[in-house]
Write a protein that binds this ligand. Structure first.
Ligand SMILES: [Zn+2]
Length: 227
């Protein structure tokens, strides 16, 4: 599943912001689904690249652009992504969050549902959305992608309370953060060094350890990290 580059394992993540261009997706409460999907996708990429490493990311779109479903899965398949995540907002009566994997029979179904579990749970935890459950469906993005895939539906655009949350940039960030944390757990992404070393240095300084010792500890930390 993983692509080895040197001694680093690269996980290729394909992020699909649903709809776009002439296809606005669901509309409600002054919101357009295509815009929210894109905002979440761009923020998700930002968080993954800022906090984690060992992965490569490709987005289906980074602007308000129309792409057919086939174009999207073609790009992911040609790129040989290891994992596909398709981001959507729900509509049609209801509230809360649900996720989908492919309902058919396929080789890595168990693994796909296992990975989805991490992502689903992380999003519920981060957003506090009502949990509508882990579901399966015969969606193009899930069926035609050759790698494990998940489709997320983060709230209902036509439900006032969900829509009020979706209007807040801070809440969009929470959705993206939930997606990022879940992906990191599911795909085993490593945290970036800077975040880990900060606390180590401050603890060493507080303990009054002299500089030579501090350097040795930093080097030891780096060695552990790189091994
Ligand atoms: Zn949609």
């Amino acid at each position: 599943m993983n692509l080895k580059r040197g001694n680093l394992i690269m996980v290729k993540i394909f992020i699909d912001a649903g709809h776009g261009g002439s296809d606005s997706g669901a509309i409600g409460n002054g919101l357009k689904e295509k815009e929210i999907n894109l905002a979440i996708a761009l923020d998700l990429r930002e968080i993954l690249n800022h906090k984690y490493k060992g992965h490569a990311i490709q987005l289906s779109r980074t602007t308000d652009q129309f792409l057919s479903l086939k174009q999207r899965t073609d790009i992911a398949n040609q790129w040989k992504a290891d994992y596909l995540i398709s981001i959507h907002i729900n509509a049609g009566g209801g509230e809360g969050f649900e996720s989908f994997t492919y309902s058919g029979n396929y080789a890595n179904k168990r693994k796909t549902n296992q990975l989805r579990g991490f992502i689903h749970d992380a999003i519920i935890k981060e957003t506090g959305f009502m949990d509508r459950g882990k579901k399966e469906a015969n969606f193009h993005m899930l069926r035609e992608s050759r790698m494990s895939a998940i489709l997320t539906e983060s709230g209902f655009i036509d439900y006032q309370r969900d829509a009020n949350m979706l209007k807040q940039k801070a809440f969009i960030h929470r959705i993206a953060l939930g997606h990022a944390k879940g992906l990191a757990t599911a795909l085993g992404l490593r945290r970036k060094m800077g975040i880990k070393l900060g606390p180590v240095i401050s603890i060493l300084l507080k303990k009054g350890i002299h500089f030579g010792h501090l350097l040795k500890n930093i080097i030891r930390q780096l060695t552990v990290y790189w091994n």
